[in-house]
Design a protein around this ligand. Structure first.
Ligand code: PMP
Length: 386
């Protein structure tokens, strides 16, 4: 994977696994099963529908839920919108209070802002300085009219893993719905819905070597939990998401997730080694500050600042050599520093110097050493210019 520039931004997106590409190709061309899975009045349509069923079942098995609880969407952004708006609009009579946090992905935060404009009341929890939402803070924020709590599993900027198991149990006891945005966790970290009482879970295929433009919202006990759809039309996906199903995308997502599940322990250990190597090699050259509690972090993401170096200048200096992210990809392109790090109380040089590196199963130790070599050379050039 020794391309120019070296891509260390796997939290933004990953390459599609060859196995997933092979599966997708079977659903595209005239010799393949390109049929519409809703056209079940003929054999070709039935064949496509049977394939979708198989892929749905494999996804459900990987995350520990029932196949009919998996609702395909265009990705985690849509799944988050469907969860929040769908629950809020259907169950407003039971309460108009929603709890979330200041460190959510924009697809949750902006949706919450929009619900506020519609008359819902939001509580935005602040993480501790290590980037964790304390379960007690969730408990203390509960009110008699709390309808839903929405928190992410693994933060996309810091990699900090939230105590979702503990929060899920306390919310189950309190009888409050729990939505988890697991875009950065599914396929990478152990997560089994049969063991954790999460009501709604969002995921996105392109974060685990599946294609872009597909994901799903898992709705536990879907037969009993009603949600207003975002899209109406032909009534696909149990009436929750109209539109012709993208069979090739679903094939790619399902195969990628099966692969990620099978190799999860191995990938986790490989990426942990890469993460350690990256940090050790940087520390041999500079004083760095790592943001987010390392004890609670996913090895797939590291967020750090190099003393005295601004992230924008470093990223520009490395433009043709190493692709890193300052903050989340959705926020880059603007000069705003990370709202996630700000919420953790990080300010000044550490905030403006924060850079995210993120890894995948396809990175090698040689990639990491070369990336660090290039980062070190870039920093030395910048220091000489000062
Ligand atoms: N939530 C989190 C935590 C993410 O990291 C992302 C991707 N940046 C999303 C949601 C949005 O996912 P998608 O690209 O599938 O819309």
């Amino acid at each position: 994977m020794n391309k120019q520039p070296l891509y260390l931004d796997a939290a933004s997106t990953t390459p599609v696994a060859p196995e997933a590409i092979a599966a997708m190709l079977c659903y595209l061309g005239s010799s393949g099963c390109y049929y519409n899975p809703s056209s079940t009045n003929h054999l070709p349509g039935q064949e496509a529908a049977a394939s979708v069923d198989t892929f749905r079942t494999a996804i459900a098995t990987a995350i520990g839920c029932e196949p009919e609880e998996v609702v395909f969407t265009s990705g985690a952004t849509e799944a988050n919108n469907l969860a929040l708006r769908g629950i809020a609009h259907t169950h407003a009579s039971q309460g108009k209070h929603i709890i979330t946090s200041l460190i959510e992905h924009k697809s949750v935060l902006e949706t919450c802002r929009s619900l506020e404009r519609e008359g819902f009341t939001l509580t935005y929890l602040r993480p501790d300085s290590g980037g964790t939402i304390n379960p007690d803070a969730v408990k203390n924020a509960l009110r008699p009219d709390t309808l839903l709590v929405s928190l992410l599993h693994t933060n996309n900027e810091t990699g900090v893993i939230q105590p979702v198991g503990e929060i899920a149990s306390l919310l189950a006891d309190a009888g409050v719905l729990f939505h988890v945005d697991a875009a950065q966790a599914v396929g990478k970290l152990p997560l089994n819905l049969s063991e954790t009482p999460i009501d709604l879970l969002s995921l996105s295929a392109h974060k685990f070597h599946g294609p872009k433009g597909v994901g799903c919202l898992v709705i536990r006990n879907r037969r009993h939990l009603r949600l207003e759809p975002l899209l109406t039309g032909g009534g696909q996906e149990f009436g929750l998401r109209s539109g012709t199903l993208a069979t090739h995308q679903i094939a790619g997502m399902s195969v990628a997730l099966q692969l990620a599940t099978k190799h999860q322990a191995q990938d986790h250990s490989h990426v942990s080694t890469l993460n350690r190597l990256f940090i050790e090699q940087l520390e041999q050259n500079f004083a760095i500050k790592i943001h987010g509690d390392r004890e609670r972090s996913s090895p797939y993401i590291v967020n750090f600042s190099i003393y005295g170096i601004s992230s924008d200048a470093l990223i520009n200096q490395l433009a043709t050599e190493v692709a890193l992210s300052s903050g989340s990809a959705c926020a880059s392109g603007t000069v705003d520093p990370s709202y996630v790090l700000r919420a953790m109380g990080i300010e000044g040089d550490a905030l403006y110097g924060a850079v995210r590196a993120s890894f995948s199963r396809y990175h090698t130790m040689a990639d990491i050493s070369l990336a660090v070599e290039r980062i070190v050379a870039a920093v030395r050039r910048m220091q000489e210019l000062d």
